[in-house]
Write a protein that binds this ligand. Structure first.
Ligand code: ADE
Length: 300
């Protein structure tokens, strides 16, 4: 062969060497440790990324071709990416899939859930309730302004990270495309946290998330739920209509004013829906622009 051709070949080989990259990282780059919990649609495992030992939480969602859960999987993957823009939402580092499963590699929040915190402490101090609620307000306003309703807000889905800030997780049943005026139908969420308009099978909007926030606040303040949960939505709705919420006397005046405005049966009059919640006296002293940066010191 002519020396020219040989040179050509060695140049080709060289360029092939130059573009060689590390093998694409896949789910085998993670070492699984233990189960963290059950999310909507699949279990969540604690794992570490082998190259640098960083802890992550991996949600594993089985694909169900017969039950058509593919659109939900795609939606969750998309929402987990959008969540990267808000520090109080648990986002994905990466997503993978095998033939049978989808894997969402999530930030690991090492402080446990709000559920665990309430179970242990029963009543949280007002300062902590103010702080957690304010971070949830920022997260909800971010979601709603992007046309997303979470639909399953509850203390099990509020994580606390290693620095004491909250991360709302599990977008498995969230609804997207919910811009001004749009409403959705369909029972979703968890008994005890569902808004009256959802239980009565009416069309609903982001107001449903503000109701759930009211329930969560009440639970942080008292260690119990304001309304009796039931697997039967009609029963839960009827109980709710008949219940006069018991607001204990230890609640602060500001909380006593705020809570009934969130636990307002009429979605149109519910606080949160009209965008003025940040101005409520309960949040006095909160510097919202600092809080949004997640640089605010936790009150404990
Ligand atoms: N449980 C469910 N998701 C989690 C996460 N991202 N971090 C810690 N615990 C979790």
């Amino acid at each position: 062969r002519s020396p020219d051709l040989l040179e050509d070949e060695s140049a080709k080989k060289k360029s092939r060497v130059e573009v060689r990259r590390p093998p694409p990282l896949d789910i085998r780059s993670y070492k699984f440790h233990r189960k963290l919990g059950e999310g909507s649609g699949g279990k969540v495992m604690l794992a570490s990324f082998s190259p640098n030992k960083q802890l992550v939480a991996i949600k594993i969602v089985p694909k169900k071709p017969n039950r058509c859960n593919y659109p939900w999987i795609s939606m969750e993957a998309w929402l987990l990416k959008i969540a990267r823009e808000c520090p109080f939402l648990c986002h994905s580092h990466a997503t993978f899939q095998s033939k049978a499963q989808a894997f969402f590699v999530l930030e690991y929040a090492g402080g446990g859930t709000l559920y665990r915190m309430i179970s242990r402490q029963k009543k949280l101090p007002t300062k902590s309730i103010q702080f957690y609620t304010a971070e949830m307000v920022v997260a909800l306003q971010f979601l709603h302004s992007n046309g997303i309703i979470h639909r399953d807000l509850k203390p099990d889905n509020i994580l606390v990270d290693n620095d004491g800030h909250i991360k709302i997780c599990d977008f498995g049943i969230a609804a997207a495309g919910m811009f001004a005026g749009w409403k959705i139908r369909g029972l979703a969420g968890t008994p005890g946290y569902r808004a009256p308009e959802m239980l009565s099978l009416e069309a609903y909007d982001a107001g449903a998330d503000w109701w759930s926030l009211g329930v969560i606040m009440y639970e942080m303040a008292t260690g119990r739920k304001p309304f009796a949960p039931s697997l039967d939505p009609a029963k839960e709705f009827l109980d709710m209509k008949l219940t006069k919420v018991d607001y204990p006397s230890h609640m602060s005046q500001e909380m006593l004013d705020l809570l009934p405005k969130l636990l307002e049966m009429d979605n149109n009059n519910r606080l949160g829906v009209n965008g003025t919640i940040r101005e409520h006296q309960f949040f006095a002293g909160i510097n919202w622009s600092e809080l949004e940066k997640r640089t605010t010191q936790t009150p404990f």
